[in-house]
Design a protein around this ligand. Structure first.
Ligand code: ASP
Length: 343
Protein backbone atom coordinates (compact mmCIF):
# COMPACT_ATOMS: atom_id res chain seq x y z
CA UNK A 1 0.00 0.00 0.00
CA UNK A 2 2.78 2.35 1.03
CA UNK A 3 4.77 1.64 -2.15
CA UNK A 4 1.70 2.27 -4.27
CA UNK A 5 1.13 5.59 -2.53
CA UNK A 6 4.75 6.64 -3.04
CA UNK A 7 4.48 5.75 -6.72
CA UNK A 8 1.31 7.75 -7.01
CA UNK A 9 2.86 10.81 -5.40
CA UNK A 10 5.92 10.48 -7.61
CA UNK A 11 3.83 10.23 -10.75
CA UNK A 12 1.84 13.32 -9.81
CA UNK A 13 5.03 15.23 -9.15
CA UNK A 14 6.54 14.21 -12.46
CA UNK A 15 3.37 15.30 -14.20
CA UNK A 16 3.47 18.68 -12.49
CA UNK A 17 7.14 19.13 -13.38
CA UNK A 18 6.44 18.12 -16.97
CA UNK A 19 3.59 20.60 -17.24
CA UNK A 20 5.74 23.32 -15.72
CA UNK A 21 8.46 22.63 -18.28
CA UNK A 22 5.96 22.87 -21.13
CA UNK A 23 4.53 26.07 -19.69
CA UNK A 24 7.99 27.58 -19.41
CA UNK A 25 9.05 26.77 -22.96
CA UNK A 26 9.11 29.97 -24.90
CA UNK A 27 6.75 30.25 -27.82
CA UNK A 28 8.23 32.48 -30.50
CA UNK A 29 5.91 34.17 -32.96
CA UNK A 30 8.25 36.26 -35.11
CA UNK A 31 11.91 35.96 -36.07
CA UNK A 32 13.96 38.39 -38.10
CA UNK A 33 17.44 38.66 -39.65
CA UNK A 34 19.39 41.53 -41.13
CA UNK A 35 22.19 39.61 -42.82
CA UNK A 36 25.05 37.34 -41.77
CA UNK A 37 28.78 37.78 -42.26
CA UNK A 38 32.04 39.02 -40.80
CA UNK A 39 30.38 40.98 -38.04
CA UNK A 40 32.84 41.45 -35.19
CA UNK A 41 32.34 43.49 -32.06
CA UNK A 42 35.84 44.93 -32.35
CA UNK A 43 34.92 46.47 -35.70
CA UNK A 44 31.67 47.97 -34.56
CA UNK A 45 31.25 51.36 -32.93
CA UNK A 46 28.90 51.52 -29.95
CA UNK A 47 26.79 54.01 -31.87
CA UNK A 48 26.41 51.80 -34.92
CA UNK A 49 25.61 48.82 -32.74
CA UNK A 50 22.83 50.83 -31.12
CA UNK A 51 21.44 51.77 -34.53
CA UNK A 52 21.27 48.12 -35.56
CA UNK A 53 19.66 47.08 -32.29
CA UNK A 54 17.12 49.90 -32.55
CA UNK A 55 16.31 49.03 -36.17
CA UNK A 56 15.81 45.33 -35.46
CA UNK A 57 13.75 46.13 -32.37
CA UNK A 58 11.53 48.49 -34.36
CA UNK A 59 11.03 45.82 -37.03
CA UNK A 60 10.17 43.17 -34.42
CA UNK A 61 7.73 45.51 -32.68
CA UNK A 62 6.02 46.32 -35.95
CA UNK A 63 5.57 42.67 -36.89
CA UNK A 64 4.49 41.73 -33.39
CA UNK A 65 1.92 44.55 -33.42
CA UNK A 66 0.34 43.07 -36.54
CA UNK A 67 0.15 39.60 -34.99
CA UNK A 68 -1.16 40.94 -31.72
CA UNK A 69 -4.04 42.71 -33.41
CA UNK A 70 -5.02 39.51 -35.21
CA UNK A 71 -3.20 40.20 -38.47
CA UNK A 72 -1.98 37.30 -40.58
CA UNK A 73 1.57 36.05 -40.60
CA UNK A 74 1.82 37.46 -44.14
CA UNK A 75 0.84 40.92 -42.86
CA UNK A 76 3.47 40.62 -40.13
CA UNK A 77 6.25 39.47 -42.46
CA UNK A 78 5.51 42.19 -45.00
CA UNK A 79 5.31 44.95 -42.39
CA UNK A 80 8.50 43.82 -40.63
CA UNK A 81 10.49 43.63 -43.84
CA UNK A 82 9.22 47.02 -45.02
CA UNK A 83 10.69 48.62 -41.89
CA UNK A 84 14.08 47.12 -42.73
CA UNK A 85 13.81 47.95 -46.45
CA UNK A 86 13.19 51.60 -45.54
CA UNK A 87 16.24 51.68 -43.27
CA UNK A 88 19.49 52.43 -45.16
CA UNK A 89 21.49 50.32 -42.69
CA UNK A 90 20.35 47.18 -44.50
CA UNK A 91 21.08 45.87 -47.96
CA UNK A 92 17.43 45.86 -48.99
CA UNK A 93 15.26 48.64 -50.39
CA UNK A 94 16.92 51.97 -49.55
CA UNK A 95 20.61 51.33 -48.96
CA UNK A 96 20.86 48.38 -51.34
CA UNK A 97 24.29 47.58 -52.73
CA UNK A 98 25.32 48.61 -56.25
CA UNK A 99 25.77 46.45 -59.32
CA UNK A 100 28.89 46.61 -61.48
CA UNK A 101 27.10 49.23 -63.64
CA UNK A 102 26.26 51.40 -60.64
CA UNK A 103 22.61 50.41 -60.34
CA UNK A 104 20.53 49.05 -57.49
CA UNK A 105 18.76 45.86 -58.52
CA UNK A 106 16.53 44.38 -55.88
CA UNK A 107 15.22 40.86 -55.23
CA UNK A 108 12.51 39.71 -52.81
CA UNK A 109 10.21 36.79 -52.11
CA UNK A 110 7.41 35.82 -49.77
CA UNK A 111 5.61 32.53 -49.05
CA UNK A 112 2.79 31.34 -46.83
CA UNK A 113 2.65 27.94 -45.20
CA UNK A 114 -1.02 26.93 -45.41
CA UNK A 115 -1.46 26.23 -49.11
CA UNK A 116 2.11 27.05 -50.14
CA UNK A 117 1.36 30.18 -52.14
CA UNK A 118 4.44 32.23 -53.05
CA UNK A 119 5.48 35.37 -54.89
CA UNK A 120 8.78 36.97 -55.89
CA UNK A 121 10.34 39.82 -57.82
CA UNK A 122 13.88 39.88 -59.17
CA UNK A 123 16.16 42.57 -60.55
CA UNK A 124 13.76 45.45 -59.94
CA UNK A 125 14.98 49.04 -59.83
CA UNK A 126 11.95 51.27 -59.22
CA UNK A 127 9.90 49.53 -56.55
CA UNK A 128 10.28 51.17 -53.15
CA UNK A 129 9.30 48.05 -51.19
CA UNK A 130 10.10 44.88 -53.14
CA UNK A 131 8.55 42.66 -50.43
CA UNK A 132 5.16 44.28 -51.09
CA UNK A 133 5.65 43.66 -54.81
CA UNK A 134 6.46 40.01 -54.08
CA UNK A 135 3.25 39.72 -52.10
CA UNK A 136 1.30 41.38 -54.93
CA UNK A 137 2.72 38.82 -57.38
CA UNK A 138 1.51 36.07 -55.04
CA UNK A 139 -1.94 37.51 -54.48
CA UNK A 140 -2.75 39.41 -57.66
CA UNK A 141 -1.11 37.44 -60.46
CA UNK A 142 -1.18 33.85 -61.63
CA UNK A 143 2.60 33.69 -61.43
CA UNK A 144 5.24 33.14 -58.77
CA UNK A 145 8.19 35.19 -59.98
CA UNK A 146 8.35 38.34 -62.12
CA UNK A 147 11.62 39.98 -63.15
CA UNK A 148 12.92 43.34 -64.36
CA UNK A 149 10.76 45.83 -66.22
CA UNK A 150 7.78 43.49 -66.34
CA UNK A 151 7.77 43.19 -62.57
CA UNK A 152 7.99 46.98 -62.26
CA UNK A 153 5.04 47.53 -64.60
CA UNK A 154 3.05 44.91 -62.73
CA UNK A 155 3.84 46.59 -59.41
CA UNK A 156 2.69 49.96 -60.71
CA UNK A 157 -0.54 48.45 -61.99
CA UNK A 158 -1.01 46.85 -58.59
CA UNK A 159 -0.83 50.34 -57.06
CA UNK A 160 2.61 50.17 -55.46
CA UNK A 161 4.69 53.28 -54.90
CA UNK A 162 7.22 53.71 -57.72
CA UNK A 163 10.45 55.60 -57.01
CA UNK A 164 13.29 56.86 -59.16
CA UNK A 165 16.41 54.69 -59.04
CA UNK A 166 18.19 57.45 -57.10
CA UNK A 167 15.95 56.71 -54.10
CA UNK A 168 18.00 53.61 -53.24
CA UNK A 169 21.38 55.30 -53.43
CA UNK A 170 23.49 55.81 -50.33
CA UNK A 171 27.01 57.16 -50.33
CA UNK A 172 28.28 54.29 -48.20
CA UNK A 173 27.12 51.65 -50.69
CA UNK A 174 28.47 53.70 -53.57
CA UNK A 175 31.89 53.80 -51.94
CA UNK A 176 31.60 50.05 -51.36
CA UNK A 177 31.24 49.57 -55.11
CA UNK A 178 34.20 51.84 -55.84
CA UNK A 179 36.38 49.77 -53.54
CA UNK A 180 35.15 46.51 -55.04
CA UNK A 181 35.88 47.82 -58.54
CA UNK A 182 39.35 48.86 -57.53
CA UNK A 183 40.13 45.54 -55.89
CA UNK A 184 38.76 43.31 -58.59
CA UNK A 185 36.50 44.80 -61.20
CA UNK A 186 35.22 41.42 -62.36
CA UNK A 187 34.27 39.86 -59.09
CA UNK A 188 30.97 40.22 -57.31
CA UNK A 189 31.34 40.81 -53.62
CA UNK A 190 29.13 39.33 -51.02
CA UNK A 191 27.86 42.29 -49.04
CA UNK A 192 28.53 40.69 -45.73
CA UNK A 193 31.52 38.51 -46.46
CA UNK A 194 35.05 39.24 -45.44
CA UNK A 195 36.98 36.08 -44.94
CA UNK A 196 36.44 33.82 -47.87
CA UNK A 197 36.49 36.49 -50.52
CA UNK A 198 39.44 37.33 -52.71
CA UNK A 199 38.65 40.96 -52.03
CA UNK A 200 38.81 40.70 -48.28
CA UNK A 201 40.15 44.18 -47.55
CA UNK A 202 37.39 45.75 -49.58
CA UNK A 203 34.56 44.58 -47.42
CA UNK A 204 36.38 44.50 -44.16
CA UNK A 205 36.75 48.24 -44.24
CA UNK A 206 33.36 49.29 -43.07
CA UNK A 207 31.59 46.04 -42.43
CA UNK A 208 28.36 46.49 -44.31
CA UNK A 209 25.83 43.72 -44.09
CA UNK A 210 22.23 43.41 -44.64
CA UNK A 211 19.91 41.15 -46.59
CA UNK A 212 16.75 41.05 -44.49
CA UNK A 213 14.27 38.30 -43.71
CA UNK A 214 11.38 37.45 -41.44
CA UNK A 215 9.29 34.44 -40.42
CA UNK A 216 6.04 34.83 -38.48
CA UNK A 217 3.39 32.65 -36.85
CA UNK A 218 -0.11 34.11 -36.51
CA UNK A 219 -2.96 33.42 -34.12
CA UNK A 220 -4.56 31.07 -36.64
CA UNK A 221 -1.41 28.95 -36.53
CA UNK A 222 -0.26 29.87 -40.03
CA UNK A 223 3.36 30.55 -40.90
CA UNK A 224 4.78 32.97 -43.49
CA UNK A 225 8.35 33.78 -44.51
CA UNK A 226 9.96 36.49 -46.63
CA UNK A 227 13.37 37.75 -47.73
CA UNK A 228 14.51 40.99 -49.40
CA UNK A 229 17.93 42.06 -50.68
CA UNK A 230 20.03 44.19 -52.99
CA UNK A 231 22.16 41.10 -53.67
CA UNK A 232 25.92 41.36 -53.99
CA UNK A 233 28.06 44.44 -54.59
CA UNK A 234 29.52 44.55 -58.12
CA UNK A 235 27.14 41.87 -59.44
CA UNK A 236 26.91 41.75 -63.24
CA UNK A 237 24.76 40.61 -66.15
CA UNK A 238 21.46 40.69 -64.27
CA UNK A 239 22.72 38.32 -61.61
CA UNK A 240 19.94 37.00 -59.37
CA UNK A 241 20.75 35.50 -55.96
CA UNK A 242 18.89 33.03 -53.77
CA UNK A 243 16.66 35.56 -52.00
CA UNK A 244 13.84 35.64 -54.59
CA UNK A 245 14.16 31.94 -55.40
CA UNK A 246 11.46 29.96 -53.61
CA UNK A 247 13.10 26.91 -52.06
CA UNK A 248 16.56 28.50 -52.00
CA UNK A 249 16.36 31.77 -50.02
CA UNK A 250 12.79 31.44 -48.76
CA UNK A 251 10.44 28.57 -48.04
CA UNK A 252 7.39 28.08 -45.84
CA UNK A 253 5.18 25.14 -44.97
CA UNK A 254 2.93 24.88 -41.92
CA UNK A 255 3.78 21.18 -41.80
CA UNK A 256 7.48 21.89 -41.33
CA UNK A 257 8.63 25.49 -40.82
CA UNK A 258 9.13 28.93 -42.32
CA UNK A 259 12.69 29.72 -43.40
CA UNK A 260 14.53 32.82 -44.63
CA UNK A 261 18.20 32.68 -45.60
CA UNK A 262 21.10 35.07 -45.98
CA UNK A 263 24.54 34.37 -47.33
CA UNK A 264 26.44 33.70 -50.51
CA UNK A 265 23.48 33.25 -52.83
CA UNK A 266 25.05 30.94 -55.39
CA UNK A 267 25.73 28.33 -52.71
CA UNK A 268 22.24 28.69 -51.29
CA UNK A 269 20.74 28.11 -54.73
CA UNK A 270 22.96 25.09 -55.43
CA UNK A 271 22.01 23.54 -52.10
CA UNK A 272 18.34 24.57 -52.41
CA UNK A 273 18.81 25.48 -48.78
CA UNK A 274 15.37 26.49 -47.51
CA UNK A 275 13.49 23.58 -49.13
CA UNK A 276 16.15 21.07 -48.14
CA UNK A 277 15.84 22.15 -44.51
CA UNK A 278 12.07 21.72 -44.80
CA UNK A 279 12.50 18.29 -46.44
CA UNK A 280 14.78 17.04 -43.67
CA UNK A 281 12.09 17.97 -41.15
CA UNK A 282 9.28 16.48 -43.23
CA UNK A 283 10.84 13.29 -44.51
CA UNK A 284 13.53 12.51 -41.97
CA UNK A 285 11.92 13.81 -38.82
CA UNK A 286 14.85 16.12 -38.00
CA UNK A 287 14.38 18.89 -35.44
CA UNK A 288 14.58 22.41 -36.87
CA UNK A 289 18.07 22.88 -35.37
CA UNK A 290 19.44 19.66 -36.78
CA UNK A 291 17.93 20.24 -40.23
CA UNK A 292 19.23 23.81 -40.48
CA UNK A 293 22.65 22.82 -39.16
CA UNK A 294 23.03 19.95 -41.62
CA UNK A 295 22.27 22.12 -44.64
CA UNK A 296 24.43 25.04 -43.51
CA UNK A 297 27.30 22.57 -43.01
CA UNK A 298 26.86 21.46 -46.61
CA UNK A 299 27.00 25.10 -47.76
CA UNK A 300 30.23 25.57 -45.82
CA UNK A 301 31.73 22.35 -47.18
CA UNK A 302 31.19 23.66 -50.69
CA UNK A 303 32.89 26.98 -49.91
CA UNK A 304 29.90 29.20 -49.16
CA UNK A 305 28.67 30.73 -45.93
CA UNK A 306 25.70 32.43 -44.35
CA UNK A 307 22.83 31.75 -42.02
CA UNK A 308 19.09 31.43 -41.75
CA UNK A 309 16.14 31.92 -39.46
CA UNK A 310 13.56 29.20 -38.94
CA UNK A 311 10.28 29.09 -37.02
CA UNK A 312 7.78 26.25 -36.76
CA UNK A 313 4.09 26.04 -35.93
CA UNK A 314 4.76 25.24 -32.28
CA UNK A 315 6.77 28.43 -31.89
CA UNK A 316 10.19 26.74 -31.87
CA UNK A 317 12.80 28.84 -33.58
CA UNK A 318 16.50 28.77 -34.46
CA UNK A 319 18.84 31.38 -35.96
CA UNK A 320 21.98 29.42 -36.98
CA UNK A 321 24.85 30.82 -39.06
CA UNK A 322 28.39 29.80 -39.97
CA UNK A 323 29.80 33.33 -40.21
CA UNK A 324 31.18 35.51 -37.42
CA UNK A 325 27.86 37.15 -36.81
CA UNK A 326 24.31 37.65 -37.95
CA UNK A 327 21.96 40.51 -37.20
CA UNK A 328 18.99 38.72 -35.75
CA UNK A 329 16.12 38.91 -33.31
CA UNK A 330 12.94 37.26 -32.17
CA UNK A 331 9.82 37.99 -30.20
CA UNK A 332 7.81 35.60 -28.04
CA UNK A 333 4.07 35.32 -27.75
CA UNK A 334 4.10 37.57 -24.68
CA UNK A 335 5.94 40.33 -26.52
CA UNK A 336 9.46 39.80 -25.13
CA UNK A 337 12.06 40.92 -27.66
CA UNK A 338 15.55 39.45 -28.08
CA UNK A 339 18.13 41.01 -30.41
CA UNK A 340 21.57 39.56 -31.11
CA UNK A 341 24.44 40.40 -33.41
CA UNK A 342 27.58 38.43 -32.62
CA UNK A 343 28.33 34.78 -32.13
N1 ASP B 1 21.86 35.98 -50.36
C1 ASP B 1 22.00 37.28 -50.95
C2 ASP B 1 22.42 37.13 -52.40
O1 ASP B 1 23.27 36.31 -52.68
C3 ASP B 1 23.03 38.11 -50.28
C4 ASP B 1 22.97 38.15 -48.78
O2 ASP B 1 22.24 37.41 -48.16
O3 ASP B 1 23.64 39.00 -48.22
O4 ASP B 1 21.94 37.86 -53.22
Amino acid sequence: MKIRNTRYVLTVWLLILGLAAVAQKKKYVLVVHGGAGTILKKNMSAEKEQHYIAALTEALKTGYGKLRSGGTSLDAVEATIRVLEDNPLFNAGKGAVFTHDGRNELDASIMEGKILKAGAVAGVTTIKNPITAARAVMEKSEHVMLAGRGAELFAEEAGLTPVGPEYFRTEERWQGLQRALKADSARAVQDHDGKTSAVEPVINIDQKFGTVGCVALDQQGNLAAGTSTGGMTNKKYGRIGDSPVIGAGTYCNNATAGISCTGWGEFFIRNVVAKTVSDLIEYKGYTIDRAAGAVLDKVKEMGGDGGLIILDKQGNMAMPFNTEGMYRGAVTEDGKIEVLIYR
